[in-house]
Each structure stands twice: as C-alpha cells, then as structure tokens.
Design a binder for this molecule. Structure first.
Ligand code: GLU
Length: 397
C-alpha cells in the first residue's frame, strides 16, 4: 500500500516529508503510548469521570485484540486526591498537601483504570517515575525491561509521575514530557495526546475566530512555536507549550505524535487507523537505533543554554557536526561539565540539546576561540577533546 501510493505519485513529485508522512500513516502502529490529561478524565466538578475510563478501555481492548500493545501515561492523581480529601480542585500552593493529594489520588486513579479494564479481561499495572529514574542509566534500563515484560504479559501499564516524592530537580513537571520520554524508552510507534483541545491552532481559537487547526507538522518553525505560546488548555499543568516540547523530543526520536480531543467518541481508534484528526507531528528520520544517544542528550533536566552563530547552526543541522567553542557567542545559566544544555540560534530559536563538555565558566572563557587557539590549559579536566558538545551526545531538533 505504502509503496504503491508513493510510486503512483512519482518520486519527483512526492516531497520527502510527504512521502514519510504517507509511509508512517499507512504502516499501522503496533506499540502505542496514550497520554491522558487531567481535563480529559475528569468532569466539570473535578471528579474522575467513569464514563471516560469505560470508553477508553473499550477502544484499547479493541486495539489489543487487533495486535497492538498499549501503554497509558495518565494524569489526574492530584485532582482525584483533592476531591477525595474534600479540598477545592485548584492545585494547592504548599508542596506537602499537593504530594499527599497525589498519594491518595493515585489509588483512586488506579481503581478507575482497573474497574474499566478488568471486565474486558485486561490487567492494569502501575509504574510511577521521576525524571531522576530516567536520568539514571541503571533505573532507566530496569524500567525498560519491566515495561517490556508487562507488554509481553498483555497488561496495560498506567504510568504517572511519582508526584509524592518528586522535587524540582527530579521532576518532569508535566506528563507531556513524561509521555515522550516513556515512548522513547519503550520505542513506541506512535504517541497520542488526549487533550481538551482539538489540536494546535494558528492562534487561540477561544478569542480569534480566524484561528485554523494545523493538521500536520513536519518540522519545527518559529511560527509553530509562537502558535503554541498563545494556546493554553485547562486543569492540568501543561498547556500547548509542553505538548510541543514533547513533540520536539519525539520527532528527534523518529516517533510520530498526534494531539487530539480526548472527549471525541472513538478518537483513539480513528488516530490509529490513520484518520485525519487533531494535529499530527511527523516523526522524521531519526532511528530507534540511536537509543543511547537520545537518552544521553534528552534525559536530564536542562540547566542552561549556549547561543551559537549562523555558521554553527549550519554545521549542526546540515553536516551533523559537533559544536565547537568557535561557534559559541554566548553562554546562559550556570552549569557544570556533563550538564544537559540547550543550543539556541541568536534569534533564540532552539536548535538542539546535548551534554556539555565544559562548565559554564570555562566555556565563557573559550567561547569564540578556534580549536587551534585553544591550548591544553583551556581544556576541562584531562579531556583531550575540544568539542563543546560532541555530536554523539547531541540531538538536533
Ligand atoms: N502528575 C500530575 C497528576 O497526576 C499531572 C501532571 C500533568 O497534568 O501534566 O495529577
């Protein structure tokens, strides 16, 4: 089917992005990550909405019967806990109350998943993760093996952030990013973000009647980032900005992602069958084979950024090179060697992310210097490498 459609169009006519899009739409995804936002699984009063869980379970059961493997990343613990404690549904300002609510609410959430899936003969498992678990190679690999075994055993695993112990340094902070990291971990074929909004619009559809739904995104541009900046959504912690951040990570990993309205009847099945709903982000060419590189460059929290000149942008994008000190025009933030930092163009546009080989202080003193001008006294530690970020430890978006 894929080959026919592509060849019918003629190799010259089909742009690489279009060909890729057709290819990944036609190849039915086997392993899915479905991320469910708080506003999708609660009703207007902030209560977990049993009807939603039943509808989700019946769609997932159908997909499993057709040979898919499904993992769910679910929000909703905090709001369910607040409800159970009789507290108002707005996020409490004090951390212990928030974490206590998450602890109680997580039980409620699991109960709802089990109640919906068990009558269909499907077991639900629960895994709670922090960013620290993903950043630590050992726990990352354990998590990967456990999730793989759960797939093999036919369970639907429900993952949430471990909100009860997560503090700023190890928090994802939003489940969009968590879903992206989990999808990279399990090498998913597709990520579906169920949201309270139909997709990404060119402007905020609540205030601008000319706002258009963007159907497909093949690459990140400044306009897209701008569109996301004005769109917001309901009760969860992430708006469109975190959804776009998730898409960015997934595109770098070669995994397509669809944002769509979770309350739409049968929406998961529609997305899986390739129907045009919501906004689809194409996965690009990056291969799953680059798993270790992706993990290294993307798993830690970003602690700073380097601003690079146009020559460096070209070298990273077109030639897949390493980032050298000569291309760096500014260093922002304070970080140590080995930290994860963003690479930005002078316009502020995000180009990539990677592991920095200099501390912020050391990098500031060598920024702009050619490799020839760098002497061993400029080099951090015993390293004999001059790269600021080596290409094997960098992802270009
Ligand atoms: N982990 C949070 C919860 O379960 C939600 C985070 C989010 O909405 O992105 O309530």
């Amino acid at each position: 089917m894929t080959v026919m459609m592509t060849s019918e169009m003629g190799a010259q006519q089909a742009s690489p992005a279009l060909a890729r899009s057709l290819e990944s739409r036609c190849a039915r995804p086997r392993r899915l990550v479905i991320k469910i936002g708080t506003s999708t699984l609660t009703d207007e009063s902030g209560k977990l909405d049993s009807r939603f869980f039943l509808e989700l379970a019946s769609q997932v059961a159908q997909l499993i019967a057709e040979g898919c493997e499904v993992l769910v990343v679910s929000s909703g613990a905090i709001i369910a806990g607040l409800e159970a404690f009789g507290l108002p549904p707005s996020r409490p300002g004090d951390i212990p109350t928030l974490q206590a609510a998450a602890a109680l609410g997580q039980v409620e959430l699991s109960r709802h998943y089990a109640a919906a899936f068990e009558p269909l003969g499907i077991k639900t498992a629960q895994v709670l993760l922090t960013r620290g678990d993903i950043a630590n190679r050992e726990s990352y690999l354990y998590a990967r093996d456990t999730l793989q075994r759960l797939f093999e055993m036919g369970a639907v695993t429900v993952i949430n952030e471990n909100d009860t112990i997560a503090v700023d340094e190890i928090r994802f902070g939003d489940n969009d990013t968590l879903a992206a990291q989990v999808a990279i971990l399990v090498k998913a074929d597709l990520v579906i973000l169920l949201s309270d909004i139909e997709g990404l619009y060119t402007a905020d559809p609540r205030i601008d009647e000319d706002a258009q739904l963007i159907r497909e995104i093949g690459a990140f541009t400044e306009e897209i980032v701008q569109a996301a900046g004005v769109a917001a959504s309901g009760k969860g912690s992430g708006g469109m900005v975190t959804k776009l951040e998730a898409a960015r990570l997934l595109m770098a990993a070669g995994i397509p992602m669809v944002i769509c309205e979770g309350s739409r009847h049968g929406v998961v099945a529609e997305v899986v069958s390739g129907t045009n709903v919501g906004t689809r982000f194409e996965g690009g060419h990056a291969a799953h084979g680059k798993a270790r590189k992706l993990w290294r460059a993307l798993s830690g929290a970003v602690t700073g950024s380097v601003v690079v000149d146009d020559g460096a942008v070209k070298a990273l994008r077109d030639r897949g090179g390493s980032l050298l000190p000569v291309g760096i025009v500014r260093v922002d933030g304070s970080f140590e060697r080995g930290a994860v930092v963003d690479i930005r163009a002078q316009s502020g546009f995000l180009i990539g992310r990677g592991i920095i080989r200099y501390s912020a202080e050391a990098l500031t003193s060598v920024a702009g210097m050619t490799s020839g001008a760098l002497s061993s006294k400029d080099l951090p530690g015993a390293s004999t490498k001059y790269e600021a970020i080596h290409r094997d430890e960098m992802v270009v978006f």
